[in-house]
Design a protein around this ligand. Structure first.
Ligand SMILES: *Cc1c(COP(=O)(O)O)cnc(C)c1O
Length: 388
């Protein structure tokens, strides 16, 4: 208990809680009335529209570029294109999806800090202008492929209070930042921006303030070194409602706007929201294929598990789970349909005792990082995506 309290204080949980946004459950019933053959994600595109508008209203100076990996469905992308979003990609297959949808290459930011030479060559040939880097090696690689590339430097910032801390895998530290800036000057490279990522599902808005303050210092260092900085990219991480309270986007916006107040007007600001734009727009629906008692404990098996899209539970995410049953809650172990022993979603999850084979499972706020992760492992079908 004491540990929990300390953690809550550390991450400075703010009183303004994000209002819940949900797809109207009647849409789920309508979809099921047409029959059920495999797990599906039901997405309401009007919620995506509302969320990007709300994001923009909360941070008027910040131009959102959707992180395609959160949900690369074509209808989802088309909705965001209609709303005027830009995009952030990690691979050329994400690039091709966007080019096929006629997204201008200059609206696409290649934000994966380590890119293969072949991918860089392809992206450059298609007109992508902006590339992230966080090492001197990547700077040299980018310049050798595309000498006039515009690049932005990913720096390491605190990920305190994020459900998926990323710190460590990417992001340059102080001494490396100096080296990279010096090498950019030496190579006459267009290193003109700074970016950071506070960690996914970041419930601590202070992280953006710290990130922006650090980024502003690096922009100043760039200017002093003779570079011409023009971009601040404040990354992704904006949280959505699952089971824990989160700060609203307006609360985060207040902090971001304040931190941006003294940023020179000639520095353009963008962000890379993924989860925030799509999670609330969807319900994930799957079905119980069987139940069993093992060593006195109740087990249920769904037709979608770790490999079927419900994978973030392995990193500690807790979804709310609804069924049509009214029985008292008892602890269940929930597993996926495959024969791999890692395919266990939850242990001691409190769910109605009368759940049976054939029951539907309804998971709200599941539009991000679900279907995007699914595989055909063990012969089970990929979940379908239905966009309203
Ligand atoms: C995944 C990713 C994002 C999106 O993160 P969310 O937590 O979904 O907002 C943004 N930028 C980069 C570089 C990413 O890798």
């Amino acid at each position: 208990m004491e540990k929990v309290l300390k953690k809550e204080i550390e991450i400075n949980v703010v009183p303004h809680i994000h209002d819940e946004v949900n797809l109207d459950f009647r849409h789920v019933q309508t979809a099921l009335n047409r029959g059920y053959s495999k797990p599906f994600l039901l997405v309401d595109s009007s919620i995506i529209r509302n969320k990007i508008r709300r994001f923009r209203a909360a941070m008027p100076r910040v131009n959102p570029h959707y992180a395609v990996k959160a949900n690369p469905d074509l209808h989802v992308l088309k909705t965001l294109i209609e709303e005027g979003a830009g995009f952030e990609i990690a691979s050329i297959s994400e690039l091709n999806i966007l080019l096929n949808l006629e997204v201008p290459a200059e609206e696409i930011y290649y934000s994966n800090p380590i890119k293969s030479r072949a991918y860089l060559e392809y992206a450059a040939s298609k007109g992508v202008e902006w590339y992230v880097l966080d090492s001197v090696e990547e700077l040299r690689k980018i310049i050798s492929v595309k000498p006039d590339a515009k690049s932005y430097l990913r720096i390491d910032v605190p990920n305190v209070g994020s459900d998926w801390p990323l710190a460590g895998k990417f992001g340059a530290h102080l001494t490396e930042i100096k080296e990279i800036i010096a090498e950019a000057v030496h190579l006459d490279a267009n290193l003109v921006g700074v970016t950071f990522h506070v960690g996914s599902q970041c419930r601590n808005p202070q992280n953006w303030q710290t990130g922006i303050e650090q980024a502003k210092k690096v922009l100043t260092d760039m200017l002093r070194a003779g570079l011409k900085p023009s971009l601040l990219n404040i990354g992704g991480g904006y949280p959505v409602v699952y089971t824990k309270p989160i700060p609203s986007i307006e609360t985060i916006g207040d902090i971001v706007n304040q931190a941006l107040a003294d940023l020179p007007a000639d520095i353009r600001v963008m962000a890379e929201p993924g989860r925030y734009l799509v999670s609330d727009a969807a319900y994930f629906i799957c079905r119980v294929v069987g139940t069993a008692t093992r060593n006195g404990k109740r087990w249920m098996y769904w037709d979608a598990g770790i490999f079927g899209g419900v994978i973030e539970v392995t990193e500690g995410l807790r979804y709310r789970i609804f069924t049509d049953r009214k029985g008292r809650d008892i602890p269940w172990t929930v597993a996926g349909p495959t024969c791999d022993s890692v395919d266990i979603l939850m242990r001691d999850e409190m769910l109605p005792e009368d759940i049976q084979e054939g029951d539907f499972i309804y998971i709200p706020n599941a539009g991000a990082y679900t279907t995007a992760y699914a595989s055909n492992f063990n012969g089970f079908p990929l979940p379908e995506i239905i966009v309203l």
